[in-house]
Design a protein. Structure first.
Length: 115
């Protein structure tokens, strides 16, 4: 199983980024997908999640209205559109696939928000 994140970068406050997670060797469409992040010196925290068919999403309060999670089951990809980025969004962002007691993680992609 491989989860490979991409799209992280250095961006100015107020800017936008789109993260992508490519999933392989996994029955992607039956897994709930999520994004988590970990800032320096802090624990990993939930950012956004999406159900198997994409019909249900949920977000951390800190990103509601600014981030949007989506998925393409035909391409085995999950995305995180991040708008109006703030310095406090700086973190390594991880893709997560979960079903029952089974889960998988990507290696992470760095997002840095700084002027």
């Amino acid at each position: 199983v491989q989860l490979v994140e991409s799209g992280g970068a250095l961006v100015q406050p107020g800017g936008s980024l789109r993260l992508s997670c490519a999933v392989s060797r996994l029955a992607f469409s039956i897994y709930d997908m999520s994004w988590y992040r970990q800032a320096p010196g802090k624990g990993r925290e939930f950012v956004a999640g999406i159900s198997t068919g994409g019909g249900a999403t949920n977000y951390a309060d800190s990103v509601k209205g600014r981030f949007t999670i989506s998925r393409d089951n035909a391409k085995n990809r999950v995305y995180l559109q991040m708008n109006d980025l703030k310095p406090e969004d700086t973190a390594v962002y991880y893709c997560h696939a979960g079903i029952a007691i089974t889960d998988y993680w990507g290696q992470g992609t760095q997002v840095t928000v700084s002027s």
